[in-house]
Design a protein around this ligand. Structure first.
Ligand code: CA
Length: 243
């Protein structure tokens, strides 16, 4: 289902690669992407997906995990370790209740995931978000305070200062780094192991359980802005996407 390119003459057509062996699901995703002006091709297995991606890197990869030959997690790993492909946004399609696969996929560098069965509306929102965030992270300036939640929360990386509703918040270095790393990519879940790997405070030994304790402490200190940190059950935490 191709969308006439003449409808959006000013913007180049975005492309997607759908990696999915179930034809019905693949066609459904392709149909909804086409309605948003995204031109998608379908790969029915992992090997074909890598072949197509190398030939013409897409702007987005929708990746099913259960594939007949090369599993989705392995496809994800290979994409992320290939210099020409590693910045492609990847959204995984997973079966419900496969939290360990989701955690592994996120740690291998998938941007987001959607569980099957999904509503097309939710899927499209996640896909658009993944494409948009990748573009933003390429152009985001390295310095300057980050303002979130309609100005309720500001995070100043240079000064290591945080304010909630205009009031200074006194965070420890570890708490600051955890908040800063989550705030860097709003809307994207981070696993506990990723949070541990991303925090470099002095004398910090973090375990999965202490992450939860720190998060609770940060939320409490943030007061009204504590809603910024959302729990994603079975997976980890994410910073609110509400701007
Ligand atoms: Ca499948």
């Amino acid at each position: 289902m191709d969308v006439p390119k003449s409808t959006t003459p000013m913007t180049p057509t975005r492309t997607a690669l759908i990696v999915e062996d179930e034809a019905e699901i693949a066609e459904l995703v392709k149909f909804h992407l086409a309605r948003e002006g995204v031109d998608a091709v379908i790969a029915k297995n992992g090997k074909k997906a890598l072949e197509l991606a190398k030939k013409s890197p897409p702007d987005l990869m929708v990746l099913d995990l259960m594939l007949p030959d090369l599993g989705g997690l392995e496809v994800c790993r290979r994409v992320r370790s290939d210099d020409a492909l590693k910045s492609i946004p990847i959204v995984m399609l997973t079966a419900k209740g496969s939290e360990s696969d989701i955690v592994t996929g996120i740690e291998m560098g998938a941007d987001d995931y959607v569980t099957k069965p999904f509503s097309p509306k939710v899927l499209m929102a996640r896909l658009q978000n993944a494409m948009r965030r990748r573009l933003e992270s390429r152009s985001e300036p390295a310095t300057g305070p980050v303002v979130r939640l309609g100005g309720l929360l500001t995070i100043d990386h240079e000064r290591h200062e945080v304010t909630s509703d205009g009031e200074a918040v006194n965070l420890t270095i570890t708490e600051f780094e955890m908040l800063a790393m989550l705030a860097k990519r709003p809307g994207f879940v981070r696993t506990r192991d990723q949070i541990i790997a991303g925090v470099h405070g002095p004398l910090t030994v973090l375990s999965q359980r202490t992450i939860d304790v720190h998060i609770t402490a940060i939320r409490k200190k943030l007061g009204a802005a504590g809603i910024a940190i959302e729990t994603v059950r079975g997976v980890g935490y994410r910073f609110s996407d509400a701007s």
